[in-house]
Each structure stands twice: as structure tokens, then as C-alpha cells.
Design a protein around this ligand. Structure first.
Ligand SMILES: *Cc1c(COP(=O)(O)O)cnc(C)c1O
Length: 421
């Protein structure tokens, strides 16, 4: 089935839910066992089924199946937030003494997780401040467990060369992990370009209405964890499951099964079934919303380019963008809703003069939202780190919503006038 059909109807089995055609919220923490043997088989991972909602839940299961299918993967795992999805994806293959290679132009929250918390637990993340693929390759050592990137880097909107990065990763026997939050599988499917694992903050476009935190890890099932001895966590016995070897027992789904059976079990950052329900509602209109998000964002970006009091505009869908060619390759249907720009005059006055745009730190909401990174999301970064992330004091990041585009333009026009007066 095609994208739109999977998004609205995929894997819905009304006959298994009292014929309900909207997925019920399974507000239960535990599930009864048919027999002692049934319980033993479930605990030994010999049969599939629900034991306890920290591990799995039928409402969560439907979201996982749909997102896995939309991304073209073999399985998915929903988590309490995007941050916890990234944490689980990384800890599934990396531990103390290991290394990860990524860009310095990634989402501020991920930058903090990698540079602070990962350092504390002994994982060394190398941040590459360059768009040159060779610089990524040079940073890889025997200890490197993956390359990590964002399809559209948040907030500077750099489009990743997924195919190029995947080739480098694979030539060193390691996977490419991609945060596909800003593109969504509607605009880009990283697995089609060689990525091995995808993560999302479902908090953003996938749920889409700014009302449900969540994350997801998706496994392409294509990476061969047995090709070298870099991934003993997947290829040697797990004593907590009676010596199960994930790659033997679960074949191409080894990564995603381990993420659930080991890390979700131990870390407990599970998705609330209520949030899965909200995410499912959002997913059902993803394709319709993304088309309008892209249309409004492109029109606003072009309008901003024509304004004299705007210093620069960043939108990969603009012909003037340095990333236009990459966007043509990876984002054929549109370059998502984020538009970056520099405002002449007083930035604080600009933000406070906006009436339609909500000043908040979120994106992918149906409502237009403006963020002032140097003052909020990237506040923890030092001047040096800010410069490396390419964030200047005049930089605004807007997530263009689904309002009427003329109202959006008028709001910006008025606020720019006030900022420059
Ligand atoms: C928001 C965001 C995250 C973190 O997700 P949360 O759901 O807020 O934990 C990770 N990556 C990107 C690109 C994001 O925009």
C-alpha cells in the first residue's frame, strides 16, 4: 500500500478491538497469562505478546507498526520522548570506551546529551564542524560504533548527504543512524539512501499538534551486525535472557528487539498509551499536513528573501540555498516547515511584536511558532560552541504552521517594521 493509505489505515484490526475503528487506548499496565508455560515463554522471548506496558502495549504497537512501515523498516519502538529514542538507539550499540561521530550542527538537546551525559558514561562523541564527508571519515577509529546525523539539521537546516555518509559508515563496518524528525518519512525515507537506523521526536510533525511528547526508534533490518566483532551487545549471549543471542534469535530484527527487551526494560522510558493514541491521530493526517507545511514555508521563505530588512534566509527549498541540490535529491516533495532568517534591528522587539507566531520552543505544530535559538534552545552553549553550531544573535527559527499564508506574511511584515523602528 501507498504512504497515505498506511498512514490512515495501516495494521488496524477492528475485529481484535471489539470492532472499534479508532484504536482504543489500552490503559493497562499488565496482561494476564494463559498458563505458567505461557508466562515462561513470554519471559524467555520465545513467543511474542504483552507482559507489562513498560515493555509493550497494543496502542503503542499500532503506532510502531505504522511508523516502521512508513519508514520502510522491519520494526520500531516508541519511547517517552525523542531524547529517549536517541539514548536507546545509541546505548543499544555503544558503551564506555566507545566513540560516535556526528556533526556539530545538530539539535541542541542532542548536542547536550552527547557532549555532557555521554561523556559522563564514557562514550566519546566527536563533533565534526564541516560539511566535507572526508572529515567524517577521518574521525572514524576502531572504537567508532556509528555515524549520526539529522536529515535536516535543527536549527540551521543543513541537509545531510545520507547516501554519502552511509557509504563511509558501511566501508568501516558501522551503521548510519539518522534523526529524521524534521523531514518525516513523508518527505524523506533515509533507509532508501542506505541509512540503517532512524530516530524521531514524534513530539513534532508525526503527532503534529503540539500536545504529545514521544519518540521512536526504527530499524531498517539491513545492517549486518555479524560482519565484524564491533557489536558484541547484539552478537554474544545476553545473560538476562538465558543467553539469548539477538542476531541468532531475531535475525534482521535483532537491533529493535534488543532495544525493547534490554534497554526499554532497564531504562523505563516507555511511551504512554495515551500519547500513542494522540500520535496515531496525528499520523493519520501527516501527508496532508506536510504538504501544506511545505507550501506555506516555501512561500514565506521567498517572501522573506524579497524583504530589505531581512539579513539572510535559510530554507533548503530556495534556489539560492547552498543545500538546494541536496534538497532536490533527498526532499523531493518539499523541504519541511522550518525557515531560518536574520532580522535587522532589535531581535527582542521583533519577537515581542509578532501576534500570530507563538514564541515557544517547538516545531512541527499546526500553529506557527518562532524560536530564538541564541536566547533559548542553545543558551547552554558557550560563545565558541554557538559559533561552531553557526548560530548568530540575529538568527530566528520559525516553524510555519497551517494558518493562512497571507496572515503569516502580514504578521512578519508588521514585526519587522517595529524591530527596525
Ligand atoms: C525535538 C527534537 C529532539 C528531541 O525530542 P523530544 O521529543 O523533545 O525529546 C530530537 N531531535 C530533533 C531534531 C528535534 O527537533
Amino acid at each position: 500500500m501507498k504512504f497515505e493509505t498506511i498512514a490512515t489505515q495501516g495494521f488496524l484490526e477492528p475485529q481484535n478491538n471489539n470492532h472499534a475503528i479508532s484504536m482504543p487506548i489500552y490503559a493497562t499496565t499488565a496482561y494476564s497469562f494463559d498458563s505458567v508455560q505461557h508466562a515462561i515463554d513470554l519471559f524467555d522471548l520465545k513467543v511474542g505478546g504483552d507482559i507489562y506496558t513498560r515493555l509493550s502495549n497494543p496502542s503503542n504497537d499500532l503506532v510502531e507498526k505504522r511508523i516502521a512501515e512508513l519508514e520502510g523498516g522491519v520494526g520500531a519502538l516508541v519511547t517517552s520522548s525523542g531524547q529517549s529514542a536517541i539514548l536507546i538507539a545509541m546505548l543499544n550499540i555503544a558503551g564506555a570506551g566507545d566513540e560516535i561521530v556526528t556533526s556539530s550542527k545538530i539539535y541542541g538537546g542532542t548536542y547536550n546529551l552527547f557532549s555532557k551525559t555521554f561523556k559522563q558514561i564514557g562514550i566519546n562523541v566527536k563533533f565534526i564542524n564541516s560539511d566535507n564527508l572526508e572529515d567524517y571519515e577521518k574521525a572514524i577509529t576502531d572504537k567508532t560504533k556509528c555515524l549520526y546525523t539529522e536529515t535536516i539539521g535543527n536549527p540551521k537546516l543543513k541537509v545531510a548527504d545520507i547516501e554519502g555518509l552511509a557509504k563511509i559508515a558501511h566501508s568501516h563496518g558501522i551503521p548510519l543512524i539518522v534523526d529524521n524528525t524534521v523531514a518525516t518519512p513523508y518527505l524523506c525515507r533515509p533507509f532508501d539512501f542506505g541509512a540503517d537506523i532512524v530516530v524521531h521526536s514524534t513530539t513534532k510533525y508525526l503527532s503534529g499538534h503540539g500536545n504529545a511528547m514521544g519518540g521512536v526508534v526504527v530499524d531498517s533490518g539491513k545492517f549486518d551486525w555479524n560482519q565484524n566483532s564491533k557489536f558484541p551487545m547484539l552478537t554474544t549471549p545476553d545473560e538476562s535472557y538465558h543467553g539469548t543471542i539477538y542476531t541468532e534469535a531475531f535475525k534482521e530484527a535483532a537491533f529493535i528487539v534488543k532495544a525493547r527487551a534490554h534497554l526499554l526494560r532497564d531504562l523505563g522510558c516507555c511511551q504512554s498509551p495515551f500519547n500513542s493514541y494522540m500520535t496515531l491521530l496525528g499520523l493519520e493526517t501527516l501527508h496532508v499536513r506536510m504538504d501544506r507545511h511545505c507550501e506555506n514555508a516555501l512561500e514565506l521563505a521567498q517572501y522573506l528573501e524579497s524583504m530589505k530588512d531581512i539579513n539572510y534566509v535559510i530554507y533548503p527549498g530556495l534556489k539560492s540555498s547552498a543545500d538546494y541540490e541536496l534538497a532536490q535529491k533527498y526532499l523531493k516533495k518539499g523541504a519541511s516547515s522550518l525557515v531560518g532568517f536574520g532580522v535587522k534591528g532589535n531581535g527582542t522587539k521583533f519577537i515581542e511584536a509578532l501576534k500570530l507566531f507563538i514564541h515557544a520552543t517547538n516545531l512541527g505544530d499546526v500553529r506557527s511558532i518562532i524560536t530564538y535559538p541564541a536566547g533559548t534552545t542553545h543558551r547552554q552553549l558557550s560563545d565558541d560552541q554557538l559559533e561552531k553550531a553557526g548560530i548568530t544573535k540575529d538568527f530566528m527559527r520559525a516553524s510555519i504552521g497551517l494558518e493562512n499564508i497571507e496572515d503569516i506574511k502580514e504578521d512578519i511584515t508588521n514585526a519587522v517594521k517595529i524591530a527596525c523602528s
